[in-house]
Design a protein around this ligand. Structure first.
Ligand code: FEO
Length: 173
């Protein structure tokens, strides 16, 4: 059984994962309107993954006798400055999510909720990967430095990466 404190903290995380999904979905849609289909595909896949992160939390809260609440979400931005700006925002956002997961882990230890602590380890590992991926992509973009030919190849690279991520997610499901 979850304590009220842990249930509340998990519901806050549900909201954050849901808003991450919407945020990346907005980025994907904008990229698609700019003709950057590979980047869009990558971000659409990323948005789906965040939705799954939310769903996994909802199910956990319900299984443990709480109520995983489907959150009302604030509208994400409609437009973005550039592809580089998007991935800077992705990295910034993932760092924020990692910090929140770490706080949640700390709360579980304080409350002696070892079951939730154990469940959250999956998120801890996932955040390491997500931050590293965002950093790798940003490094590539910095190398390209806004050059059109490079951006075209980068777009194709991300399309391949999105297909690989999507196949990996299908295996996990
Ligand atoms: Fe589920 Fe990328 O945070």
């Amino acid at each position: 059984m979850l304590s009220k404190k842990i249930e509340k903290a998990l519901n806050e995380q549900i909201e954050l994962e849901g808003s991450s999904s919407q945020y990346y979905l907005a980025m994907a849609s904008w990229a698609e309107t700019q003709g950057m289909n590979g980047i869009a595909q990558f971000l659409f896949t990323h948005a789906d993954e965040e939705r799954l992160h939310m769903l996994k939390l909802i199910k956990f809260v319900n299984e443990r006798g709480g109520h995983g609440v489907v959150p009302t979400l604030k509208a994400p931005p409609k437009t973005f400055k550039s592809v580089q700006a998007i991935f800077e925002l992705v990295l910034e956002h993932e760092i924020l999510v990692s910090n929140e997961i770490n706080k949640l882990v700390e709360t579980c230890l304080k409350e002696r909720d070892y079951t939730t602590h154990n469940f959250l380890q999956w998120y801890v590992s996932e955040q390491i990967e997500e931050e590293a991926l965002a950093r790798r992509i940003l490094d590539k973009l910095k190398l390209i430095g806004g050059e059109k030919g490079g951006l075209y190849l980068f777009d194709r690279d991300l399309e391949t990466m999105a297909a690989a991520e999507s196949a990996a997610a299908d295996k996990q499901a």
